[in-house]
Design a protein around this ligand. Sequence first.
Ligand code: 5RP
Length: 234
Amino acid sequence: MTLSWVEDAKRRAVLKAVEPIKSGWIIGLGSGSTVAYAVAELGRRVKRGNTELSVVPTSHQVELLAISHGLRVVSLNEAFTVDYVVDGADQVEQSSLNAIKGGGGALLREKIVASAAHRLVLVIDETKLSRHLGGKQGVPIEVLPFAYRFVQSRITKLGGRARLREGAGKVGPVVTDNGNFVLDADFGRIAKPQQLERQLKAVPGLVETGLFLGMVDQAYVGLRTGEVRVLEPA
Ligand code: 5RP
């Protein structure tokens, strides 16, 4: 099977991003199609026999995948701290490495595990690298179902437009692994992400935003040429 250049770029970048992982580490696994390459590679390493790892998954998707690749799964309550997180992203600002995440609806657990970790590494293909946050990329926001209309109206007051994410393979809205809804909020180009984050987090019923600010240690960017660029925050 031939991979598209995007899939090939993601896979190459993942292989580089997991190189620093050492035996005995507890690895946080983000969610999505990019992380799936990391799970497969870590599974291969463990099967070869010279690496022992525990993984903390951030969704049912990646938990089931990790189990199927023979990885030892532990909960965050057992692990408590995490050595290294490998995750994908929907958009990464190239200077700061601030990111928007949550395309797969796993942003809440991803943010918790990233916060508990010594190192957060994102893996993307070059199309996700951006000069600024926002623009065509909306911000996924996890909300309590009880409060979603209220949160939607507060987002409108903050200058955004939020729509309820609809499910696929099920009628009705997406329900996250935590039993919540997801709003996709369009703020256009986000000039002051820290301010927006503060304003959003002050809305009762809003559980978490997909803005990952000042959290990312490195981004591995798979390029169309087949190379991988490693970025650190400026
Ligand atoms: C899930 C995420 C994913 O990391 C993000 O949506 C990127 O997904 P993919 O690796 O499939 O492109 O934030 O909540």
